[in-house]
Design a protein around this ligand. Structure first.
Ligand SMILES: Nc1ncnc2c1ncn2[C@@H]1O[C@H](COP(=O)(O)OP(=O)(O)OP(=O)(O)O)[C@@H](O)[C@H]1O
Ligand SMILES: [Mg+2]
Length: 155
């Protein structure tokens, strides 16, 4: 059991709106290290993560981690590191466990995760859940909620 707090919903989000949405998100949840991105194929997870990364100061070109499960993006010295995961192609959670995903999640770095539903048993206690849903070809609804397993102790 964990507490879920609805935080933000952005409706009718066009590609051109993504950086405004990303800015607001960074302002609100920058303290959260693990951001889980849910949404069907083509809903815009990678597109949104790239924009968030650029705003956080990623210096090298960001690409979807197509061939590896995790990509690290270069940021300026002293900034929190950014790891981008895509679990779409893993066949079992063991593959994620073997690359040490839990160590990434509990390190003090950003972890942006596509297809977190592939690793239900390895997800950390605290994370932001970001769901992208297509309204039509060019518009998305982006819903954000915070999950903190520790808060169950306070109920
Ligand atoms: N408002 C929007 N937000 C995000 N993407 C959009 C939007 N409108 C159109 N698109 C387009 O939708 C596509 C989204 O592709 P993207 O690779 O980001 O999806 P994905 O969720 O990462 O898919 P996958 O599950 O295959 O990794 C891109 O071609 C992008 O240009
Ligand atoms: Mg993707």
């Amino acid at each position: 059991m964990h507490l879920e707090r609805s935080v933000l919903t952005f409706k009718k989000t066009h590609l051109e709106d993504l950086s405004r949405v990303a800015k607001e998100l960074i302002q609100r949840i920058e303290k959260v290290n693990v951001w889980l991105f849910y949404g069907e194929m083509g809903s815009g997870k990678t597109t949104f993560i790239k924009i968030i990364g650029e705003l956080l100061g990623v210096e090298d070109a960001m690409s979807s981690p197509t061939f590896s499960i995790v990509n690290e993006y270069a940021v300026r010295a002293g900034a929190k590191k950014i790891f981008h995961f895509d679990f779409y192609r893993i066949k079992s959670e063991t593959e994620a466990y073997d690359i040490g995903v839990e160590e990434y999640f509990y390190s003090d770095n950003f972890c942006f995760v596509e297809w977190p539903e592939k690793i239900p048993n390895l997800l950390p206690a605290s994370y932001a859940k970001i769901t992208l849903e297509s309204e039509d070809n060019t518009h998305r609804t982006i819903a954000v909620s915070l999950h903190d397993g520790k808060e169950k102790n306070r109920i």
